[in-house]
Write a protein that binds this ligand. Structure first.
Ligand SMILES: C[S@@+](CC[C@H](N)C(=O)[O-])C[C@H]1O[C@@H](n2cnc3c(N)ncnc32)[C@H](O)[C@@H]1O
Length: 301
């Protein structure tokens, strides 16, 4: 679960209008008068294929474009909405032309508000994940932890467990009060996940809602570092949004990532499973959680 999922469920028209405005501003309907591949569209429009793919996926979900054997063509050209959001989603065309992600958390308190809300949304899911998918363990690594919803759930589940939370320094510092009551059972390490160098001491490594923020190369690097931190027989657990469950939601989520991150998008089970096998994990199994029906959990060892 992510905050954006809730926002999309309540404000779908806003996001649809913003995507449609971007289609018009980037002149994609004009360009697709001649059906073409993603790569040809990128070279015709001088835009990044990654950005275009995210917009085209939303266009497909909304019925504006169709794709057949990798060739995109127009199905319908709805008129551009009149009202225009001003920031973030209102600047899709500008951000894609500049090939620069929009800034997040610019206003004071925005990071804390986001992380607090995410912690509240993730905690019940994390409790279910621990009950259903995590074996009794003593050392837990929560990578891209935010305020630690998943790692702290493991502490509730296993009385001998200790957790290491990995995130940016600013996130860990602002979440310290959330973890205060756990004392020495919580360790905070500010390091980029793709640069972690932990000894192989962890029974369980949790990677929840992190991979959608990054491109494939960085995700491979993150998972490789996670695998190195596992003790023999330990388990790596990845939770993320499943595009197969909710294709329209996933298309909008990926567009959100294209707006706010460099190369993030939603990845399917097969892609993430392939990365996990590349870093040496075997016996992969996919679990589903009642409290996160739009997500998958992949457990590997
Ligand atoms: C969407 S939040 C998920 C938080 C928590 N795991 C959850 O599911 O509630 C992603 C977190 O990963 C952190 N993050 C993103 N890229 C990271 C990286 N390369 N290394 C470490 N942390 C990262 C972000 O700062 C953010 O707190």
């Amino acid at each position: 679960m992510d905050i954006f999922v809730g926002a999309l469920e309540t404000g779908r028209d806003f996001f649809r209008d913003a995507a449609l405005i971007a289609f018009h501003e980037l002149e994609l309907f004009e360009a697709l008068l001649s059906p073409m591949s993603l790569e040809s569209l990128a070279s015709t429009t001088h835009l990044e294929a990654h950005h275009l793919r995210a917009l085209l996926d939303v266009g497909r979900s909304e019925g504006w474009v169709v794709e057949e054997a990798g060739v995109y063509s127009i199905a319908e050209v709805p008129a551009a909405p009149k009202s225009h959001p001003t920031a973030g989603w209102g600047k899709i065309a500008e951000a894609f032309r500049a090939n620069k992600p929009q800034a997040l958390f610019e206003t004071p308190g925005a990071l804390e508000a986001y992380q607090n809300h995410l912690f509240d949304l993730s905690s019940p899911v994390a409790d279910e994940l621990v009950v259903r998918c995590v074996e009794p363990c003593e050392r837990v690594l929560d990578v891209g932890s935010g305020y630690g919803a998943y790692g702290l759930a493991a502490l509730h589940g296993f009385k001998k467990a200790r957790v290491t939370l990995v995130d940016e320094a600013a996130v860990l510092a602002s979440g310290a009060n959330v973890q205060e009551s756990y004392g020495e059972r919580v360790e905070r390490v500010a390091v980029r996940a793709e640069e972690m160098t932990f000894d192989p001491i962890y029974d369980t490594v949790l990677v929840a809602n992190l991979l959608h923020l990054h491109g494939p190369d960085r995700n491979r690097a993150i998972l490789a570092r996670c695998a190195c931190a596992l003790r023999p027989g330990g388990r790596l657990i990845v939770l993320d949004l499943d595009p197969a469950k909710e294709p329209t939601l996933a298309a909008y989520f990926s567009l959100n990532m294209a707006i706010y991150t460099e190369l993030g998008r939603v990845y399917d089970v097969e892609t993430v499973s392939g990365w996990l096998r590349e870093v040496g994990l075997e016996e992969l199994r996919v679990e589903r959680l009642i409290r996160a029906p739009s997500s998958y959990v992949i457990v590997g060892r």
